[in-house]
Design a protein around this ligand. Sequence first.
Ligand code: S3P
Length: 452
Amino acid sequence: MSPIPRQPAPLTATAAGPFTGRVRVAGDKSMSHRALMLGALAIGETRIDGLTESDDILATVSAMRAFGALVTRPAPGAWRVRGLGVGGFLEPEDIIDFGNAGTGVRLAMGLVGSQAIAATFTGDAMLRGRSFGRFLDPLRRMGVQVIARSNDRLPMTIKGPDVTLPLEYRMPVASAQVKSAVLLAGLNTPGVTTIIEPVATRDHTERMLASFGAAIEIDRNADGERVVRLEGRRDLKAQAVTVPGDPSLAAYLVVAALLRDGSDLTIEAVLLNPMRTGLIETLIEMGGDIAVSNRRALGGEEVGDIRVRSSRLRGIVVPPERAPSMIDEYPLLAIAAAFAEGTTRMDGLGELRLKASDRIAMVAAGLAANGVAVEEGPESLAVTGGATSIGGGRVATGHDPRVAMSFLVLGMAGHVGVTIDDFGPVQTSFPEFQSLMSGLGAHFEKAEPPAA
Ligand code: S3P
């Protein structure tokens, strides 16, 4: 950690576009974390292409090295991981700092939980402020010891028992991170670890485990719930993984192109896992001209090219059951809704208050500051579009990169520029965002910090 606190870097985005041409986005972040982690447990050398190289993912690289895996980068985006075998992690010499990488640290807790080693984790101020209780609850039931700050906050030490107990865990919340932490702990647990998901969430962990040769089965029970069974203590075999484009990053381009007149943009080779495409589905329902072509298999997942043309959108009611398939995209959907005719209602958003920031509150305040009519409920947002002057406001982003990027898109699409209070977290989480957008003609300007 840097001893000198970083100064906030305010940034203004002004009207830009049309957005045209063909582009690619960086590799999917969820898959990048998982590819490194499974590579570190597999026997042999895993080759990863298209790995996204943000600070979040580099934190996972450092963590896997700290556990003893040999991780190298022969070329940009191309990585090699020589794994240690399931149960083969070494005890790290020092504290592992995940910075702002919430997914990385949560999944790593699962990995360590079933190995008889102790590891101490920390993160940046944002991550240290979060409670990890709901991740630790199932791990504790598997026999994992935890010494954490009050309210289960970082820094914390996780120590796996000699033998972890297999767990049947009915997910109390729809969270792929919680599910994945339990499954990763299940890898070195004798017997069968079972997850019951009343509401399905992104399944990259299951897919990647299957491709690495894990004994994993997926079913539905009589109540229609998704059941994942993993038999532990089986070897994983090193794989070649190609990481497709991140749909959650492509989303900013999709919305920017929809909102700017004259746009016709194609984003190539984007991950189309059905648990990640909720935003695209929603935007099409709102009248967005979006077409997917060239569907093909890549890295055990489906990918395709997304073509977007500028469109007049109309407000809709977004079904709450769609939340898991677009959980990271609601701030951006709220921006699209600001330009739609009528009101867009989003329900079932309770989880959004627990992300990198309270995204319901941040989005509501940011929209209001930019002349957009918005109603905030405990678990909902209703945005009414079509105001005559959108933009001109200064937005507090709560150090949340997805809130920051969404409001920059508002600035690109609006009538007057929008200033966000700090671009720093975007640079660390999605370093390619600014160059990608600038390459398409977006205008950014450094803004003055507010007077003290
Ligand atoms: C992620 C799952 C989601 C998402 C996060 C990445 C993952 O969190 O918000 O950005 O890679 O598993 P939850 O499933 O915990 O809601």
